[in-house]
Design a binder for this molecule. Structure first.
Ligand SMILES: *Cc1c(COP(=O)(O)O)cnc(C)c1O
Length: 384
């Protein structure tokens, strides 16, 4: 695709990194004759649990369904409040509503874009039963202080690591410090299976209930039923869901998981190049690693400060007219009609970041030339 305005090839904001190994893996599944949830899903779950140092992993159709299921197994229901950041993709705020609970928005820290123990504390209500803490843009959330606040109060901390595969928190994979964590394999994230998600959890009881609930709460899985000629009669102990991943997706996921170290290394290398090239540009602040961990550079956001010669919208236009596709920064769910009227504490940092940030192009295959074009535009409007 070429940018009409410039005739230059377009620089995309993100591209998945898929190759011949994924094609071969999918072909093998098709030739096997079993394409629904089966042995590849089981293999992907166990490889993912190992990689994320989790006790158990349960694959789902998306991170949205993983969050829904996590809330169900954690016992969250109508009348409960769930603290969530407004500064996140809308799925984080939507999830509590699926179980009849109320999302209560908390503000985030300006440096990381994540909840902190202080912002969570400010949003607690007598009905708070859970918190969903996001590793926004792959930047690890400082989970331990949030758990210290919540655990004694019986509040479950769910980690939304949709963007977090390959990020670390105190030298462990993110997610490993939460009782239950949800992951995404959408193409906009670090690993992709087209669509797909995962729950990891330290609670075997929650894992087995999630495993049943994702498959209509059936007592025998379809794969096990198929394996025996005379299968036992299945029983449906409660109302479940169809949140299954397919073996086609899991086969891609297994290949992608093997690529994770290379994906993260390359993304961090590009992020470091951006930081180096833009270090002396007044008025731009790039998100960086916090003291407690290392991000995967899933999304590299930059805050456009008053010292810059363009505002955020102006910079987006300048990039677009150079054939570069950037994106407005992370949304604020409390401003969306879907969540209008929800009570919340003041969210000044959320509003500041959502209005003044944009997401820079960053993908595995990005060339020096493409990076140079983005940097040239950003440097061109630097403040004095
Ligand atoms: C993308 C995203 C989701 C939703 O993931 P899906 O797999 O598309 O359902 C949830 N939470 C956050 C923080 C996300 O970025």
């Amino acid at each position: 695709m070429t940018a009409v305005e410039t005739g230059l090839p377009r620089v995309d904001v993100m591209k998945p990194w898929l190759g011949a190994e994924e094609v071969a893996a999918v072909t093998e599944v098709i030739e096997s004759g079993w394409v629904a949830q089966g042995p590849r899903v089981a293999a992907f779950e166990s490889a993912f649990a190992d990689a994320m140092r989790a006790r158990a992993a349960v694959a789902t159709s998306s991170c949205t369904t993983a969050l829904h299921l996590a809330l169900v197994v954690a016992g969250i229901r109508a009348g409960d409040d769930v603290v969530v950041p407004s500064f996140s993709f809308v799925a984080t705020a939507n999830a509590p509503t699926y179980v009849g609970a109320r999302p209560v928005f908390a503000d985030v820290d300006a440096a990381t874009g994540n909840l902190t123990a202080e912002t969570v504390a400010a949003a607690l209500t007598p009905a708070t039963r859970a918190v969903i803490a996001v590793d926004q843009a792959g930047v690890p959330v400082d989970l331990a202080p949030i758990r210290e606040l919540c655990d004694p109060r019986g509040i479950v901390v769910i980690e939304d690591a949709a963007c977090g595969a390959g990020s670390t928190y105190h030298d462990r994979p993110v997610g490993a410090g939460a009782e239950i964590t949800a992951w995404s394999f959408h193409p906009r994230k670090i690993l992709t299976t087209g669509e797909g998600g995962m729950i990891t959890t330290s609670r075997p009881d929650w894992a087995s209930r999630a495993r049943r609930l994702r498959e209509h709460a059936m007592s025998v899985s379809a794969a096990d039923r198929h394996a025996s000629l005379v299968s036992p009669p299945e029983e449906f102990g409660e109302v479940g869901f169809n949140f299954r991943m397919t073996d086609l997706q899991a086969a891609v996921g297994l290949v992608q998981l093997g690529r994770l170290p290379a994906i993260v290394a390359r993304r961090r290398e590009i992020a470091a190049r951006y930081r180096h090239e833009l270090a002396d540009v007044a008025g731009l602040r790039l998100v960086d690693d916090p003291a407690w961990g290392a991000g995967n550079a899933q999304s590299l956001w930059v805050e456009v400060l008053p010292a810059y010669r363009l505002d955020r919208e102006g910079l987006l236009l300048a990039l677009a007219s150079a054939g570069i596709s950037a994106r407005r920064g992370i949304m604020a769910a409390h401003r969306q009609p879907a969540h209008a009227g929800r009570t919340h504490v003041p969210l000044p940092v959320t509003e500041q970041l959502t209005d003044s940030t944009l997401i820079l192009p960053l993908f595995h295959q990005m060339t020096d030339d493409e990076l140079g074009r983005v940097v040239d535009v950003l440097r061109g409007y630097g403040g004095e």
